[in-house]
Every structure is written in C-alpha cells, then in structure tokens.
Design a protein. Sequence first.
Length: 387
Amino acid sequence: MLFEEKPQISESEITAAMDFAVAQTRRCLPEFTEKFKKAYSEHDFYQPTENVDWTTGFWTGQIWLSYEETGKECFKRAGEIQIESFLNRIENKIEVDHHDMGFLYSPSCVAGYKLTGNENGKKAAILAADQLIRRFHPVGEFIQAWGPMDAPENYRLIIDCLLNLPLLYWASEETGDAKYRDIAEKHIHTAVANVIREDHSTWHTFFFDMETGAPDHGATCQGYRDGSAWARGQAWGIYGMALAYRYTGREEYIQKFRDVTAFFLEHLPADLVPFWDLEFTDGDDEPRDSSSAAIAACGMLEMARYLGEEEAKEYRALAGRLVKALYDFYAVRDETQSNGLVLHSTYSNHSPYNTCNHYGVDECNIWGDYFYMEALMRLKKDWNPYW
Ligand code: GLY
C-alpha cells in the first residue's frame, strides 16, 4: 500500500489514546513519584529506579503532559516532588558528567516552570544548562557527548545532542545571558555540517581532530554498522532539524529537515514503524524501534508550525499516519499487559559491528512512551513545547 493511502489517526482515536495514557500515568504514580521509571521495561513492565540515568526526565515529562491534559492536582504534586529530585541531582552533581542535560531537564524542570511557575524547576534547569556548556570544545566548536573531556576516544559529538540544545536557548531567554545560545548555535552548525551524509542518512557519532578541531570521521555506537542509519539517530535528526530551524531561523535547515525526513520515510517497512536500524526492512528477523516513529512524528509536527500551509498539512498527515500505526499495532491496550504506553522499542542492540550490549530490546522505552504522548498532545492542540 502506498504511504498516502495509509490511514491517519482520527480525532476520536487521539482522544482514546490520550485518555489511556493519562490513566496509565495516574495508575503508576504511587510506585513512581519518589522513584522514577527505568529507561526500559523488563517483560513490558518498568521497575523503579533512583534519579541517576539520562532518561528519568521523560517520566516526569509524561506526568507534566498528564497535568497539562487534565489540570489534576495529583499530577502537579508528583511533578513538583520530581523537580526537587532534579534540583538535588544537579546541585550535588549526581551522574551529570555527560551531555544529556536537555533530555533530563527540559521535559521535567523547564516543563514544570513553564506550566506552573515552579522556581526550583527554573533554578535546576539553569544549573543544568551551566553544566552542559562546560562540555563545549571551542576548538572543534561542539559539545562533547560522553566521558572525560580530555580522552581522545571521547572527542566526538552525537546526533542525539540536538535535543539537548533547547535547554540552552531557554537558559539564554531566562537569564538574558547570550553565552548559552552562542554555544548551542555553534554546536548545531558543527553537527549539521558533519552528521548528515550525502544520501541524507545520518551518522550517530562524529569524531574531530583534537588539535585542529577539524572533522575526522563518523562512527556508529548504537546502530548496526558504521555506514548504516540507526533508526533513532535518524529520528533525532528529524526532530533536531525542526528545533534547529525554530531556534536559529536558518533557511537551509528547512531543506535539511526535508532531506533527513525523506530518508527515514523511504526506509520504513509496510506498517510504518522502523526496525532498529534503517538497514533492515520487512522480512528481516530484527527488532523494531517504535520510539523512533514517535520521535519522528513529533519532529514533523514541530516543523509543520513553521512551514507554508500546504507543506505543513503534508507533514501533519505523515505524523498522523505514524501515530496511527503506533496506536493500532504497538500501543499498550490494557494495564495487565504493561505499565508503559508503547511496546516493541529498542534501546541498545548488539550487532557484529557495534560495541553495544543488549538491553531494552523489544521492550517499552521511557522516551518512546513520552514522545508518543507528546505527539498525541501535538495532534490535539497547538502545543507550547517543553523543548
Ligand atoms: N540518546 C540515547 C538514545 O537515544 O538511546
């Protein structure tokens, strides 16, 4: 069936999906208010964790989306308790020596501040922005993703970081200090110039020369092999380009968005939910990464806000088809099946050509749940993003 003939999610389905997501979030509050959901489920059920991984902000984001949808105090109280945990984490520097400050602090603390004026959310998010800009390399003009700052094996950026940058733009707006925005802009420029290949697929990670800062080489970490396109990396690229355009206003990023989106869409299997690497398609015995479909849908819905009417309509329709596919074939339908929202996601899959360990494969992943709910919210209304 041609892509255009695939059904879009209907208004009543959006409402039903959102109602279920909110009810599922509500049911999880007793177990997951003082604690957080782990990055991935085990046999489709999340276990509790302390606030230590790069992923905990997504669960808090799910709570804030539920608050925004319902106005219910139970969600507000839970979100406030989690903001205190994020403030403690950044004040005491607990597991923050990496670049994922935006993934952690935008959907939790920035969201809570935007929705309720929570001052500790603002304080924590500005401290997180300070932490993030410490990872900027002025020579190569990029934010280093992982590991100690002086180790050659870590002198690289990763495509995912595009989602960490809205935190810096927000920090400049709130403080009036342009330093956060300037660093974000430089990183975007370096990332876009290097991670998007000629065929519009993307590198997951890209290394630079430590002395000159010159681009060196691309490499995968979580993808199948170096030259393939890790599905989630491509999806981070789609959402990342939409955000890059929103914050910089650079026209050339619109075309980059179109290009990386087209590559993603051209490599989807028949049911529109990608395998974990876009190298694979129907007939391959490989796991899916449903979270990539949700992230890509959010990116298209974000970009649609800035495009002309006709093109915006096209991207909204494409997003509506991806979300319909998730709703029909991947979404959790009752709470005995899972305490998450979307099944069949892949966090880290081992291949003969990567160094990844095998975990969170064919499970719920907490960002997959969050972005599915964000996509539903974006389809329901003109949403003011947490990013
Ligand atoms: N940012 C890490 C991941 O997408 O798995």
